[in-house]
Design a protein around this ligand. Sequence first.
Ligand SMILES: *Cc1c(COP(=O)(O)O)cnc(C)c1O
Length: 332
Amino acid sequence: MTPVIGLAAIRAAEARLAGLIAPPPLLRSATLSHRFGVPVLLKPENRLASGSFKLRGAGNAVAALGAREPGRGVVTASTGNHGRALAHAARQAGLPAVVCLSALVPANKVAAVRALGAEVRIVGRSQDDAQAEVERLVRDRGLTEVPPFDHPDVIAGQGTVGLEIVAAVPDLDLVLVPLSGGGLAAGVGSAVKALRPRARVVGVSMARGAAMHASLLAKRPVPVAEMPTLADSLGGGIGLANRFTFALCGALLDDVVLLTEEEIAAGIRHVFAHEAEIVEGAGAVGVAALLAERLVPRGPCVAILSGGNIDPALHRRIVEGRWTDRPAEGPD
Ligand SMILES: *Cc1c(COP(=O)(O)O)cnc(C)c1O
């Protein structure tokens, strides 16, 4: 049975988030609108307080938990942005937060989580290692897990992006959603398909280690090797025991597009040069997919700039044209 995230849950999330986030307005991309002859709009989630849309799902989950079990601490494993968002939301709510990270997570993201007052634990080289530590802390310390994507409150929170897009773009044709574990895609897809059934919702991932894409092809959650990528926030698996996002993405996504590292770099460069927004690799994939013409919008199109937490030195190398794609390390 396919799970359903209803509009009522997404609207409840919107109400809970009202004091925590200032919804960023849609920006019209002059260059992309001109190129495709339709309005191309950008949703700059990089402007949220924690630097990504993840504050929506984490904020909704913390608010829902706070109402049910006040005072209980939260714990998560995360490639960075969810941990940062959960730390931010927990601090706002006055709850302790523990974040378990793999050693692949960039140093700037680790520092950001610590700066928000959360306890950080670095364990192993994969998301799975970090997840095992979460389960231990739930058992031994009685913390409540808020997972990065596979949870109804998290999906409903991310779905508020979809509500805002639909409200602003009545004749919506296409939404480009950065895709990793699928919380954003499942939430946005739930809102958009409920309100604009004819609009297309397309996931965009990097070709290097796209776990949801591989799982949808295999018709079951499959493990993928984690590889270094500019879109580091899109790395990691979807969980072999995935309960919600795998089925929801299968039901709601019209397509999934995969991009090379060069294409992602071009997206980061374009967004900086033409929109004056700093986005990380994951945040640039929607624009990158349009630039590479993997998709052609037939009507108003929205690309979600999902986050902006990129190492400043890496961003500078990319926008100054000094970045080159090096072959992934390790055995093939
Ligand atoms: C987490 C994240 C994504 C992917 O979201 P999922 O819900 O895991 O698919 C995309 N972009 C950024 C910046 C993220 O932090």
